[in-house]
Each structure stands twice: as C-alpha cells, then as structure tokens.
Design a protein around this ligand. Sequence first.
Ligand SMILES: NC(=O)c1ccc[n+]([C@@H]2O[C@H](COP(=O)([O-])OP(=O)(O)OC[C@H]3O[C@@H](n4cnc5c(N)ncnc54)[C@H](OP(=O)(O)O)[C@@H]3O)[C@@H](O)[C@H]2O)c1
Length: 318
Amino acid sequence: MRTIALGNQGLGVPVVGLGCMGMSDFYGTSDTKDNLKVLDRAYELGCTFWDTADIYGPFRNETLLGQALTGRREAITLATKFGIRRDASGAWLGVSGHPDYVKASCEASLKRLNTDYIDLYYQHRVDPDVPVEDTVGAMAELVTEGKVKYLGLSEADSETLQRANKVHPISALQTEYSLWSREVEEDILPTCQQLGTGFVAYSPLGRGFLTGAIRERKDLQDGDWRLDNPRFQAAALQYNTALLEEIDRIAVSKNITSAQVALAWLLARKPDIAMIPGTRKVPYLEQNWQAMELDLSSEELNSLNQFSSDFVAMGERY
Ligand SMILES: NC(=O)c1ccc[n+]([C@@H]2O[C@H](COP(=O)([O-])OP(=O)(O)OC[C@H]3O[C@@H](n4cnc5c(N)ncnc54)[C@H](OP(=O)(O)O)[C@@H]3O)[C@@H](O)[C@H]2O)c1
C-alpha cells in the first residue's frame, strides 16, 4: 500500500481513498446494503480514507458512513465538508462560511456520522461574502475543541488558500484533477507545494467518463446529475471520446482497465497527492485500489501527457 502525508501536520492517508458521494446522490440510485458492502471491502483492503460531505444525499451519505464506521472508527480517516447549503428535499440554498454556520454544521455532521471527531474538515466552497479568515478562524476553534483534527478547503483559489493558511495550517486542498481536468497544474499545485498543503484529487475518473463506461447519454440513468453537466452533453461526449480512445489503447496493450490507466497517470503525475475515486461496486473498488501497484512506462506517460495537454475537453466542469 502507498501512503502519503497530506500537508505538514501529520495527516497520513493511503494515496487511493474512497469517494462516497455517488452512493447517496448525483449518479443514479443505489442500495444501502450494496454501499455497506463497498465500505466493508474498502476497510478490509486498507482503503481507509473516506470522503463525504453534509450535502451528499442530502445528509444520507454521512448517515451511511456513520453506520459503516461502527466498530472501526479509529482505522478510518474520515473527511467531510460543510459550506454548501441544501435542504432535506435537495434544493440548493447557496453557500455559507459564517462562523455560526461552521459550528452548527460540524455538530450536525458529528451526529449523523455517529462520532465525536472528524479527521479532515473541509470548507466545500468558499463564501464570497465572508472573509475566509473568519471561516477558518471558526474551523480552527473546532480543532482546539477536539472536534476536528485537520482542516481543508475545496475548490479554493491560490490567494484564498494562502490567506486561510495564515490563520491555521490547511492540511489539504480538494479540487478536481484528472486527465480531462488539468487546470490545477498551473497555479494551485505549485501553491500547495509552497505552503505545505496536501492535495486531494476529486473526480479522478472524470466522473466516470475516463473509465469508458459512459460513451453516450443513454449510459446514464434518468435523474443522473451528469445529464445536466456540460461535459456529458451529446456533442461533448462525442468530442471527448478522442481522449478516451488514447486511454483505451494503452489499457488494452497492458491488459488493464481504462479506469486503472486514468488513476495510474495521476499517481505518476504527482507523487505527493491523494485521490478519491468514487464507486458503488466492489469490483470497481478493487480495480481502483490495485491501480496503486501499476506503473505506466515513460512512453505511455508521455503520450497521455502530450495528448491531454493538446486536447481541450469540450464543456465546462460545471
Ligand atoms: N469537493 C467537491 O466539490 C467534490 C465534487 C465531486 C466529487 N467529490 C468527491 O470525489 C469523489 C469522487 O468523484 P466522483 O465520484 O465525482 O467521480 P469519479 O471518481 O471520477 O468517478 C465516479 C464514477 O466512475 C465510476 N467508476 C468508478 N470506478 C470505476 C471502474 N473501475 N470502472 C468503471 N467505472 C468506474 C463510478 O461508477 P459506480 O458509481 O457505478 O461505481 C462513478 O460513475 C466523490 O465521491 C466525492 O467524495 C468532491
């Protein structure tokens, strides 16, 4: 197993963690029993860096993880997030980084997660109306109170990350990073390195696209959030298939899966980042976990690097 330290504060995690969002939201329906099987298997494998957020479900994903943590809390590095507001019906209510909201969100998450501490607590989205110093100040109080161990931000820009880090060390920044989303390479990753902030790549499989399992819109269930995402519109899917073909070519030649190529590329790209591929299926979890042991040759890496630098994915990330 490959582990890394996220940031300079001693947060050690396996480089391949588990994104739990899709178990409760956004990517179609799933069954609690199956989800618990995936979480049990992840525990058995040592894939113990679990990622959730209060809004996934909404709220049901944290409850699911609370169930799965029973009897093994200490073995899991639990990451959750606050800051995007939704009600129980799923309606979107904007963002909040207000200190009172930070405290109330943490209490509610602790209850749903059935635990008395969160290992890594992220602000999910920066609130443009509340100085990040105020938000992180409240998050730092949670650390002092023992409710949270490490702090993180998600999708923050470099300047915000630097300001936040002056209030309290930010152990991790979580942002999208994959073969079709390489924007962070320009400015974000160098800033993380300079500050000693770890980086966690979300949607490392391009929300499933880079696995080759979603080639057409009909491959998605009715109600799947991706049907409204710009990159999953028919023309974009067709255009973006050029990247998939290059990934598939390498996968076939190595007798591994496209998902494994996408993760192995990310693992080779930056030795000091973690990734949290999401899945609701045990065989996918096992495949993704095994990607840690795979090496791509320098020719394969060069080809993927070249191709994905020249290629500009059609469609915004959101
Ligand atoms: N901070 C943020 O704003 C933010 C935003 C998005 C996501 N996240 C976090 O990042 C995690 C991962 O991102 P994500 O779930 O959006 O995208 P992802 O990990 O890039 O892709 C997930 C999709 O890939 C499929 N998949 C996984 N492994 C596969 C394999 N080996 N072969 C074929 N298909 C495979 C999954 O299918 P099945 O579900 O059918 O297994 C699912 O449709 C989330 O769970 C969440 O915790 C954070």
